[in-house]
Design a protein around this ligand. Structure first.
Ligand code: UDP
Length: 141
């Protein structure tokens, strides 16, 4: 299985709940390594740019409002099959539909305040990592 990198964001709801460490434990328990990380307050422009693919969707404004409502913890995860592994750890977008034991089932309140983001493809992982981290600030280990 290939070693991949994926972008993960712990969203404002989960940062506010003080569960960064519990979520990091899940990444580490699955063999994913944190190879870059920063706590950041996104600007509207940064949040809009990050979610530009959803610009025409009805929930776009609410999504941006939510993403700038408080600090987020942004990290690059590295490991075997990291993109799908992280998606599996996260669970379904709607926490009501997320499998028991997933991050969203355990920490998310609703489809809009859903605790975490994770890249959904190799192509998007590359774009999303570059959006937040210069290559020189990502440290494989
Ligand atoms: N979202 C929302 N309402 C919806 C669908 C999505 O607020 O009806 C938000 C939600 O925060 C989700 C994000 O938009 O995580 C991106 O949606 P996507 O379908 O890409 O889900 P994800 O990849 O995050 O599971």
């Amino acid at each position: 299985m290939a070693i991949e990198r994926t972008l993960s964001i712990i969203k404002p709801d989960a940062v506010a709940k003080n569960v960064i460490g519990q979520i990091y434990s899940r990444f580490e328990g699955a063999g994913l390594k944190i190879v870059a990380a920063k706590l950041a307050q996104l600007s509207r422009a940064e949040a809009e740019g990050f979610y530009a693919v959803h610009r025409e969707r009805p929930f776009f404004k609410d999504l941006v409002d939510f993403m700038v409502s408080g600090p987020v913890m942004i990290q690059v995860l590295e490991g075997e099959n990291a993109i799908q592994q992280n998606r599996d750890l996260m669970g379904a977008t709607d926490p009501k539909k997320a499998a028991p034991g997933t991050i969203r089932a355990d920490f998310a309140e609703s489809i809009d305040a859903n605790a975490v983001h994770g890249s959904d493809s190799a192509e998007n992982a590359k774009i999303e990592i570059a959006y937040f981290f210069a290559e020189s600030t990502v440290h494989s280990r």
